[in-house]
Write a protein that binds this ligand. Sequence first.
Ligand code: C2O
Ligand code: CU
Ligand code: CU
Length: 431
Amino acid sequence: VTDDGTRRFDLDIRAGATEIVAGVKTPTWGYSGAILGPTLRARHGETVAVRVRNSLGEVTSVHWHGMHLPAIFDGGPHQPIMPGGTWTPTWTVKQPAATLWYHPHAHGTTQRHAFRGLAGLFIIDDDNPVSRELPHDYGVDDVPLIVQDKKFTPNGNLDERDDPSAGLLGSTVTTNGIADTYLDVTTERVRLRVLNGSTVRFYNLGFDDDSEFEMIAGDGGLLEEPTRLRRLRLTPGERAEIIVTMRPGLTRILRAYPFEDNNGIRPSQPAANFGLADTFDIVLLRAANTLKPRPAPPAALAHIPPIDTNGAATRTFLFGQVSINGATMDMQRIDVRTVVDTPEIWAVTNGVNGVHNFHVHDTRFRVIDIDGQAPPPELAGWKDTVNVRPFSTVRLAVRFSDYTDARWPYMYHCHLMYHEDYGMMGQFLVL
Ligand code: C2O
Ligand code: CU
Ligand code: CU
């Protein structure tokens, strides 16, 4: 933080090499390091100023996923950073505590750039007193888990050949950039901030002993109350904060389990194509023989006011294989013009027998219903990315505030980066 109260960050996007699998050096990309990026952190009300340098040999961009900020600093395809160039976005944080992330978003190269290692977390803090009662000692009892899958060529390079149905679907799962991870736990409870930072893979998370955990936050911040779960699904781009209770000496594995229902994929399309039948270990938790006490999370975490959609207009979005409303991304075409501070209902339908999700820039939305049913508790808080199962309709309450711009659009898109790169994305202006 500098004298004027601004939080300044420097990021250098560059190539390096990482031992993702022990004993093998793999060429990777990172923000100011060989892979991934530093966890950036700022408080509600603070001004953030980032200086991003692109030391790669090709164009990229940095998008602040989940961040409410002016469109010109959003870091999507309209804010490319040329090789050797720098970009200096700045904005004031106007949203509650949450686990956000940053990643590349140049048109057509997002999947490959993210697969090479470009991703980092951006944690927002606020003055909600509950924060002090939750585990908050970063790296000790408050631990980020960036979950991604990789695949390799026989000589240990990343295998960047797209599978025609699934894109860059990997067979090795990495946590925070490496395979076969463990975490030594020294406290009775540990808070895991889990990001599905994979390009296309879905995860059905749970523990090997089938124990319950408490989800306390989703994409856009704390839930109203902790939710006890045995399984939690995360699609690419989604985040969840969970509290795990440990006992002295206990080991427990956070694992990705098969989707028993194939995520609603009908049998004409094998779930195996999308990796939905796979099992992976995410991280091994190893508790010490004496654990420092940590209280259970408070019963009330946050107040989440509803978005009032009485009388709101509905927009419909229909997914095809890689299209939205029959169109693919055109950087010259504005698909949606919306009015600031005016709630809308966005009804998003997956019209095909395949995996898709939906992400909207700049805002946090609420799930109104899924095929007419109220959302389950894990989807009841602030969201910015949501699973849209085959032939299902998710209705979202959406509202944009503070920033209008007649020139620079934001994006909405499927966050399976393979689909996004093929143009499963649209542009909207907030006017
Ligand atoms: Cu996480 Cu448009 O992206
Ligand atoms: Cu985003
Ligand atoms: Cu998709």
